[in-house]
Ligand binder design. Structure first.
Ligand code: FAD
Length: 547
């Protein structure tokens, strides 16, 4: 009997030693493994025993590398270098974080089995859902753990069920938004809130927020979800909504993958419009630009989409949006940018169909007349609804064909309170960005309303009624991305020093202090929910929140 206690304690010690290697498992969690109750003397004895009996552990605790032979995962769990390499990088191309294995689940049960295995073992291993891997900083990575390749769940024959009467779709979260759009459009229906780019998974954007020019009118994607199925960090699956398990429901929305893997989402639908009337206006004066933006989003039944961007004095008008203007306007636009160094572009859209086509032109004309933009530059397009929503795809294919898509993307996305946006313009766009003169890629700035976000959701947002989304969507090269990263830091430091209460969207923080500041008054709830739904800190370690 003494021998068996010794063996158990030895295994416990070995497990704890290994657990310490997983930085994300906090001390509090170790307490649940009874570690503090063992005497130091015993530990020293065990340690010596360990040294004398090395390498006995591989078959005793279910670490990723020794569950490869587990029958439950036969043919689905792999440590092949091609798979782990692919799972180690993301769209950002600035991190490389190797998992031990990749699970290609074919059912929800596979994911439950994996999480349970980790949760039930004394030394749990990290697990991260990977949607389309379009994070920028390894957020979907699981160092030395298992990455769950959610896309392997996609099955054309199932995965989306549309209720015409309920006006919702039940969607496998591994689906890309473009796939959801194509399916719902077959029935004349559509989700209402979008991201600019549609090749992102439903699970990936719901874990962040999902914002775009529709957010001011419809709220972010997380405000347009009616129900979720979630597998928690204990390996338990729950259906949740505003009325059922509501704490878990709101925790997971914008929850950065911390509370569970979302496997199904019920998404609100509306009748799909047919076409989009799409206009752009140029501004040289930032306060006119933001005043018009803020007025437009305050109108009840106004536009369906509103964004804005910044155009900088960086040579030819290749800074994304300006190229949408007819070539005949380019020289004049360049000369205006040169004169003012920074100009702004407002972008608005009104959808229409056969019932509203007779009035849409008139409405847009009235709208133009009410705005204070610089007259004389015309951008007007009339496109199908799907062409409008899928507008970034053309740019993606273009960049891919030139080998410029899979490059480092040191992106920075921020929420800036309305009261600070002029200082931000002055200090950042007209200050840091012009001075450094390195920014390339789209630079977005557009307002949204706090009332469209539910405070119980996990996403951190500013306190003010209106705040701006600002996106520095940079493309860099492998030998110079750090300069952009440095610029990002400079922007963040500027905002912090000026006490602007700016919050990162799609956040990255190197330390837990950063996360505490990020969540502010929501931090305690975030931590409580973590201990409730993922007490062993198994899920989404790449977010670097619980170290
Ligand atoms: P991943 O990168 O695979 O995962 C992101 C995080 O979510 C990880 O922590 C992961 O573990 C977790 N996760 C993934 N799936 C699940 C799940 N089913 N359950 C629980 N957790 C999960 N965002 C916007 O809001 N608006 C935009 O307009 C926008 N445009 C973008 C354009 C491009 C070109 C790119 C690259 C990104 C853009 N993003 C935008 C950001 C994007 O929404 C996020 O990076 C999102 O996380 C990417 O989705 P993904 O499926 O690739 O997720």
């Amino acid at each position: 009997m003494g021998g068996s206690i010794n063996t158990d304690l030895l295994l416990l010690f070995i497990d704890i030693t290994k657990a310490k290697a997983f930085k994300h498992i906090p001390q509090k969690n170790m307490a649940s493994n009874n570690f503090p109750s063992q005497s130091h003397l015993l530990v020293i004895i065990i340690f010596i025993t360990t040294l004398l009996t090395p390498i006995t552990t591989n078959n005793t605790s279910p670490q990723p590398w020794n569950i490869l032979s587990n029958d439950n995962f036969a043919g689905k769990l792999t440590s092949a270098s091609s798979s782990v390499e692919a799972a180690s990088i993301d769209f950002g191309h600035v991190t490389k974080i190797l998992p031990s294995a990749v699970l290609n689940p074919s059912s929800v049960q596979d994911i439950i089995d994996l999480i349970k295995l980790s949760f039930d073992s004394q030394s749990s291993f990290p697990i991260a859902a990977r949607g389309h891997g379009h994070s920028f900083r390894g957020q979907a990575a699981a160092k030395d753990g298992v990455v769950v390749n959610m896309r392997s769940m996609v099955n054309e024959d199932r995965g989306i069920k549309v209720s015409r009467t309920g006006l919702y779709a039940d969607v496998d979260t591994a689906w890309l938004w473009i796939e959801v759009l194509n399916k719902t459009l077959e029935l004349g229906l559509t989700p209402v809130s979008w991201t600019d780019y549609l090749y992102l998974t439903v699970g990936g954007t719901l874990s962040n927020g999902g914002i775009s020019g529709q957010t001011s009118r419809y709220g972010p994607q997380i405000s347009n979800v009616l129900e979720l199925d979630i597998i928690t960090g204990k390996g338990e699956i729950a259906t949740c909504s505003n009325d059922m398990n509501s704490d878990l429901f709101y925790a997971a929305l914008g929850g950065l993958g911390q509370f569970g893997i979302i496997t199904r989402a019920r998404i609100k639908l509306e009748l799909a419009p047919k076409r989009a009337k799409w206009l752009r206006f140029l501004y040289t004066d930032f306060s006119e630009f933001t005043r018009d933006q803020e007025r437009l989003i305050s109108e009840a039944d106004g536009l369906h989409f509103l964004e804005g961007s910044v155009m900088l004095d960086h040579g030819p008008p290749d800074n994304w949006r300006s190229t949408y203007y007819p070539p005949s306007d380019h020289l004049r636009i360049v000369s205006m940018i040169k004169r003012h160094r920074v100009i702004y572009c407002l972008e608005v859209v009104k959808y229409y169909d056969e019932f509203s086509q007779h009035s849409v032109n008139e409405e847009m004309e009235e709208l133009s007349e009410s705005l204070n933009f610089v007259r004389g530059f015309v951008y007007e397009k009339d496109v199908t609804y799907i062409d409008f929503l899928n507008r970034v795809r053309t740019g993606e294919l273009n960049l891919k064909s030139k080998g410029q898509w899979d490059v480092p993307h040191p992106w920075l996305n921020l929420f800036v309170p309305k009261s600070q946006i002029s200082r931000f313009d002055y200090g950042v766009f007209k200050g840091i960005i012009l001075r450094n003169n390195i920014t390339t890629g789209p630079l977005l700035v557009y307002p949204m309303k706090r009332i469209m976000w539910n405070d119980q959701m996990s996403t951190a947002i500013p306190e003010e009624d209106v705040f701006y989304a600002v996106g520095f969507l940079r493309s860099a090269e492998f030998d110079n991305w750090e300069a952009y990263d440095k610029e990002n830091m400079e922007v963040l430091m500027f905002c912090e020093d000026a006490k602007m209460d700016v919050i990162q969207y799609l956040p990255y923080h190197a330390s837990q202090e950063g996360w505490v500041r990020h969540f502010g008054p929501r931090w305690n709830t975030f931590v409580e929910r973590k201990y409730k739904y993922d007490p062993k800190m198994i899920l989404s370690p790449g977010q670097n929140i619980f170290q």
